[in-house]
Design a binder for this molecule. Structure first.
Ligand SMILES: Cc1ncc(COP(=O)(O)O)c(C=O)c1O
Length: 476
């Protein structure tokens, strides 16, 4: 496959929006620093990710000079069909050109029912009632509300190191305190148990005041798989104590782990499944809460209450059409099977590198959701540097590999969280050649790091120093 920048027809619109954006591309970060998230701009600059990306197609982003950057991040998995998938785009264009009705709350379009039907067909029997939202956090919030209404119980249990979104409801259940600092008080009655610990879960459930237990089938923050049988046993505990069992598949769903949904790995039959991110093939904000008809009706099943849980853009035509297109592309192109095969190849390749590279501590994951846990090389100098880097910021150490993968090899990856894990979420369409290119690059970067290459260590040490400096209040 040629890696040349694809020839893109310059689009125009009557209001001059795209031509303005093109003309002002050089101001992108300045505008963001002025009006958007300034600290994120700083972080991107420090890490060298402040590239002038101009277009994206398939597995690649292209910068202003036309150079390709292989994307193993895909916006934490949202562009799972590759960037700008042409079939999803066709569906969106056709919908836009059709003058369909939208945004009228008294109207149902067949698109929403069709997407709900196609989602439910791929989920365990009995999950047949869908609420569409715009973000994953909103889907999580919806499940929390519906679980409360269905059980009339106040509390929620989640897992340590879990992630479920950053609005107040989901944030109250997120495992890492770091996300919560300064935002409290959060929802009362939320508690966390260690991921994989059934005794701790049962202790919480025994009081019979827990509305729901929410869990990711593979934790995204650490790419941690649960012990075998854990999720099934957790489901049984929930049944026994009449607690709702919520599986958050917002990151793992829709083929990512080599099956349509990761819950298939243990044959789960939860009360709720949450889907998001990849659902629109990387185009539209859309997420879904899927539950049973009985639970849905218990929450909002009377005529007077039919509108108490709504979302203005929830089932808008573009999101619904994009969702349908994404599901059909995954099915038609056999992307679930492809993801399982290429994922296997990639994991086996990283395992082989582990035999040669002391910096790889562990490789884990399923399909194309892969975590590489790093550890410092054994040399005294490397261990001292690592200590200093970790003291400056947890989660900085993986940048030792993430930065040179990008800078020297044009490959975009990410640190998974406040830990030593690099997370890989390439598109499900990843080719074997692209997987091989990643393995070669990782091999080269690890060789550099393990031989103490200044170009890698010095950069991260400098980031550590400036992180610490920035934490100190400015002198008066
Ligand atoms: C497992 C999980 N749940 C919920 C969310 C929140 O989704 P959103 O960012 O769309 O609100 C995320 C986002 O990363 C996620 O990974």
């Amino acid at each position: 496959m040629s890696l040349d920048s694809p020839q893109i027809e310059p689009s125009v619109d009557g209001l001059g929006i795209l031509s303005d954006a093109h003309a002002r591309a050089d101001e992108t970060f300045e505008l963001a620093a002025r009006h958007l998230d300034r600290s994120l701009v700083d972080v991107l600059r420090i890490l060298g990710f402040d590239e002038d990306y101009r277009s994206a197609q398939g597995s690649h982003l292209y910068d202003a000079g036309g150079s390709p950057h292989l994307d193993f991040h895909t916006g934490e998995g949202f562009a799972s069909l590759g960037h700008n998938n042409p079939d999803v785009r066709d569906a969106l264009r056709a919908v836009l050109d059709s003058d369909l009705i939208d945004g009228v709350q008294i109207h149902y379009s067949p698109l929403a029912g069709m997407l709900a039907e196609e989602l439910c067909q791929r989920l365990p029997e009995g999950l047949e009632a869908v609420f569409f939202a715009s973000t994953g956090a909103e889907a999580v919030d919806s499940a929390m509300k519906f679980a409360r209404a269905a059980t009339r119980r106040p509390r929620f249990i989640s897992c340590e190191s879990s992630f479920h979104g950053v609005t107040f409801g989901p944030l109250s259940m997120v495992g890492d305190e770091f996300f919560k600092e300064g935002f409290g008080p959060l929802l009362p009655g939320c508690a966390r148990v260690p991921f994989g610990d059934l005794d701790a879960l049962e202790r919480e459930l025994r009081a019979r005041d827990v509305a729901a237990f929410i869990v990711e089938p593979i934790q995204g923050r650490t790419v941690a798989l649960p012990p075998e049988g854990y999720l099934r046993a957790a489901q049984e505990l929930c049944r026994r104590h009449k607690t709702m069992f919520i599986i958050d598949e917002i990151q793992t769903g829709l083929g990512r782990t080599g099956c349509w949904f990761a819950l298939e790995r243990e044959g789960l039959e939860p009360d709720f499944v949450l889907v998001g991110k990849a659902l629109s093939g990387g185009y539209m904000p859309v997420a879904a809460m899927v539950t049973t008809r009985e639970i849905y009706q218990r929450a909002v099943g009377t005529l007077e209450r039919c509108y108490v849980h709504q979302s203005t853009y929830g089932r808008n035509r573009l999101s619904m059409a994009a969702g349908l297109a994404a599901l059909r592309v995954i099915e038609r192109d056999r992307l679930v099977e492809h993801c399982a095969d290429v994922g296997e190849l990639l994991r086996a390749g990283i395992e082989q590198l582990r035999e040669r590279h002391e910096m790889i501590r562990e490789v884990r994951g399923a399909g194309l959701m892969i975590g590489i846990e790093l550890q410092p090389p054994r040399s005294m100098v490397a261990r001292l540097s690592t200590q200093a880097i970790r003291m400056a910021s947890e989660g900085l150490f993986p940048q030792l590999v993430v930065i040179p993968l990008h800078r020297d090899h044009g490959i975009i990856t990410m640190a998974a969280g406040k830990n030593d894990v690099i997370k890989l979420l390439p598109p499900l369409t990843l080719s074997e050649t692209e997987a091989a290119r990643f393995l070669d690059a990782l091999d080269a970067v690890l060789t550099d790091c393990e031989s103490g290459a200044r170009k890698n260590w010095a950069v991260v040490r400098e980031i550590a120093t400036s992180t610490i400096r920035r934490r100190q209040p400015p002198a008066r």
